[in-house]
Design a protein. Structure first.
Length: 366
């Protein structure tokens, strides 16, 4: 049996009226900041319980533009997670700011208890990463934000519809940055991102920033970027957004089934699952003894297991000049030796999940 990591062939196997919608869209010639984009922004804001949403060209730009609106720039410090994907850090460094890394805990998110000692006069923003679909402890972080008057940009690229005590990603910060990349839970056909905020002034600033700073065709108000969400992708977004809650529910159900059965296997440890957190499982990551051997065995048996990520961002060559030391990130480094990611998307069948479970079981019985 093959259990693939990518689910795109199934996601768009039966597109229904999407082809018709795309054909009709082409006839309108409304390709740039068109009506479908405005519709998608309104739908996304409603889905996320936010007042405003602004479509941009990627999750990376969603982070970058949010930081720009807050005035973060050259030499400023942005506190973020040591185990995130490169895009988080790329957004920070692209505007000349410096990422200040904090170790994670067993939720895979930044350990908020370690943040306060990292704060300096140069700290201009907190950038928590809601990693794998699990949210950072935003209750504690919100208190730090209030205490030090430091704004929050939530990197929610992996966590559409995740929540703490029913309050979704995007509720907690000045901004939340979401990704619509093809491998995200809510996906379009290319790169795409969207920013939510409840501040009208910020909303208006974002709309200028994403479109060259143009007030209209002939007036440039501020220096900006070419970072519009393509209207064609918004057509796809409008087709898939009604499925968003169902996608999250199915991923959660699949993860619970895997948790229940894999936890019975000696050699497997399920990470902390806090009851007041809704985890949407963009990634299903667990801890495994003999991880390297297990992943080779699973791949040999047709299961596309992966490691997210084998080299943490702070150790990458591109960030060598920041001189981060391993001893400052003991949990991140401990995780590197035992984390494994299994396919868990909304299209996985019970037969496929059982095959993963039985394959892991057979490995440890060898």
């Amino acid at each position: 049996m093959k259990v693939k990591y990518s689910y795109l062939s199934k996601q768009f196997k039966n597109p229904g009226n999407l082809w018709k919608n795309l054909k009709n869209f082409v006839k309108t010639e409304d390709f740039t900041l068109g009506k479908p984009l405005l519709e998608f922004e309104k739908k996304f804001a409603k889905l996320n319980d936010s007042k405003f949403a602004v479509g941009v060209n990627s999750g990376t730009d969603a982070i970058k533009l949010s930081l720009k609106v807050l005035g973060v720039g050259h030499g400023d410090h942005v506190i973020t997670a040591a185990n995130t994907f490169v895009a988080t850090v790329g957004a920070v460094m692209e505007i000349g700011a410096i990422p200040i890394f904090v170790d994670c805990d067993d939720t895979f998110c930044m350990n908020v208890d370690l943040i306060e000692k990292k704060i300096t006069k140069k700290t201009k923003a907190f950038l928590p990463v809601h990693y794998t679909g699990y949210m950072t402890d935003m209750i504690k972080l919100k208190k730090l934000s209030s205490k030090y008057k430091i704004p929050i940009v939530e990197d929610a690229c992996q966590s559409i519809l995740a929540s703490i005590d029913g309050k979704k990603a995007g509720y907690w910060g000045e901004f939340a940055a979401f990704s619509l990349h093809p491998l995200k839970n809510l996906n379009v056909w290319s790169d795409g991102g969207i920013i939510t905020t409840n501040n009208k002034k910020f909303y208006n600033h974002l709309k200028l920033l994403r479109n060259h700073g143009l007030k209209n065709r002939d007036e440039v108000i501020i220096p900006g970027y070419n970072s519009r969400l393509d209207t064609l992708q918004a057509v796809v977004g409008n087709w898939i957004i009604p499925k968003a809650k169902s996608i999250a529910s199915k991923r959660i159900a699949n993860a619970k089934y895997l948790d229940k059965n894999l936890s019975k296997i000696e050699g497997i440890t399920i990470p902390l699952r806090l009851k007041n957190y809704k985890i949407v499982f963009h990634l299903y990551i667990i801890f495994a003894k003999k991880r390297n051997a297990l992943i080779k065995y699973c791949i040999k048996k047709g299961i596309e297991a992966k490691i997210h990520y084998p080299v943490p961002i702070y150790k990458q060559k591109a960030l060598k000049h920041l001189r981060n030391k391993d001893e400052n990130f003991p949990v991140t480094n401990a995780h590197l030796k035992k984390i494994i990611t299994f396919p868990c998307d909304q299209h996985k069948t019970r037969k496929e999940l059982d095959y993963i479970i039985n394959t892991v079981k057979k490995f440890y019985l060898k």
